[in-house]
Design a protein around this ligand. Structure first.
Ligand SMILES: Cc1cc2nc3c(=O)[nH]c(=O)nc-3n(C[C@H](O)[C@H](O)[C@H](O)COP(=O)(O)OP(=O)(O)OC[C@H]3O[C@@H](n4cnc5c(N)ncnc54)[C@H](O)[C@@H]3O)c2cc1C
Length: 374
């Protein structure tokens, strides 16, 4: 199905095998604030390397997996089957990227209290001071700051010809002037925190400018395209796992003398979930194939938005139905549906909210015509 090659299927099977090995650790992670013992995490990392699932998105010549976009979607989809970020791509990357990027781990400091969807509204500043830049700003929701040893920091240039333009910088962690303001609790239970971080007169060498001055937004767009498709892929995995779990439960749980799957209202929830998953998977795979074929970048941008929008909203609906199918069990934290119900909520918010995805799609649709996008 889906026209996958032998190579694609082999990779998919390896990723599924890894996810199946990680699933038994979900409940322990849920109980322990998302943390697993270091030796368990190290064993998972080793396993990911053994299975050749590390650095899937990095070029083979740099030691990465050299995977196509479709293959990356297939891997991320399987990782999405696991709750509590026991198998987030971040973690896989962590096992991975170190090998090709010199044992380092990053976080992204872009969002601010007054600038989320509207990235252009950021107020953080970068002022050139001879062979250094001086960075200032307070960043929100800095995912993985507690595990990272460098940050991408987006700011507006102060002074010079490109005054007011965006630029991206690498900041080593820890660095003088970088401090956590506070670490709020979030809906999901994972070991990576999302603190508010202040950057106060942080001096970085001019070489830490990523690309050129004024390039900041271009990097953000490129990252969004990739990550939005991967969000979509992980939502496919989550919905896939949920449909399997709810179908198995509905087939065996009896009420009124019959399996609940034979009650029409329950059957409807199962059928709608699988139908939507099928549609979402076809959309995400086709978007990935388009990237691999070299589709126009603006078209891909809109299609990645469609994949993120539809897959995340589909997974949210599937999780909601799964909780319902499991009844009271679906409300227990030891139940996979309950965990996904909470965890999937953020997929409609980060990497651009559903509303922002709709704006992007509608803009490209009116500019290029619907036929160019779908
Ligand atoms: C768990 C988590 C982790 C995150 N990790 C990171 C990270 O590592 N690095 C980072 O930089 N950021 C991160 N973020 C920030 C995330 O990208 C933003 O929360 C998101 O982009 C939304 O911005 P906002 O929260 O400021 O909401 P706002 O932009 O204030 O939006 C509020 C509401 O208004 C709507 N809205 C806004 N603009 C429009 C519009 N033009 N049209 C229609 N509706 C609109 C939104 O859709 C939303 O419903 C993270 C967020 C969360 C929750």
């Amino acid at each position: 199905m889906y026209g996958l090659s032998e190579e694609d299927l082999a990779l998919q099977a390896r990723a599924r095998g890894l996810a199946d090995e990680l699933i038994p650790f979900e409940e322990q992670a849920e109980r322990d604030g998302g943390e697993l013992p270091a030796d368990v995490t190290a064993a998972h990392a080793k396993r990911a390397r053994e299975l050749g699932l590390h650095s899937a998105n990095m070029p083979a010549e740099l030691g990465g997996g050299g995977c196509t976009s479709l293959q990356q979607v297939l891997v991320q989809e399987q990782m999405g089957r696991v709750t509590n970020a026991v198998a987030t791509p971040d973690q896989i990357e962590r096992y991975v990227r170190p090998a090709i990027a010199g044992e380092r781990e990053e976080c992204y400091a872009i969002t601010e209290e007054g600038a989320g969807s509207d990235v252009d509204a950021i107020e953080a500043t970068a002022a050139r001071d001879k062979d250094h830049y001086l960075l200032n700003g307070v960043k929100w929701h800095v995912t993985s700051f507690n595990a990272a040893d460098f940050a991408f920091f987006q700011a507006r240039l102060r002074g010079g010809e490109l005054d007011g333009e965006h630029a991206m910088f690498l900041v080593d962690l820890p660095s003088p002037g970088v401090r956590v303001v506070r670490t709020p609790a979030y809906t999901h239970t994972i070991s990576h925190h999302h603190p508010i971080v202040a950057f106060e007169n942080v001096r970085v060498p001019a070489e830490n400018l990523v690309g050129a001055e004024g390039d900041g937004m271009a990097f953000a767009y490129e990252w969004f395209r990739f990550e939005r498709l991967m969000v979509g892929a992980r939502c496919l995995g989550a919905a896939g796992r949920l449909t399997e779990e709810m179908a198995a439960f509905a087939a065996t749980r009896r009420a009124g003398g019959t399996p609940i799957s034979e009650h029409g209202l329950v059957a409807g929830m199962l059928a709608d979930s699988l139908t939507e998953l099928f549609a979402a998977r076809a959309l995400a795979y086709e978007t990935a194939r388009g990237i691999d074929r070299g589709t126009d970048v603006k078209v891909s941008h809109a299609q990645c938005s469609m994949a993120k929008l539809y897959c995340s909203e589909m997974a949210g609906r599937v999780a909601d139905r799964a909780v319902q199918v499991f009844g009271g069990r679906g409300y227990m934290r030891e139940n996979v549906a309950e965990r996904f119900y909470r965890e999937l909520r953020v997929e409609r918010i980060w990497e651009g909210t559903s509303e922002i995805q709709r704006m992007i799609i509608a803009r490209q649709m009116t500019k290029r015509g619907p036929a160019a996008l779908a």
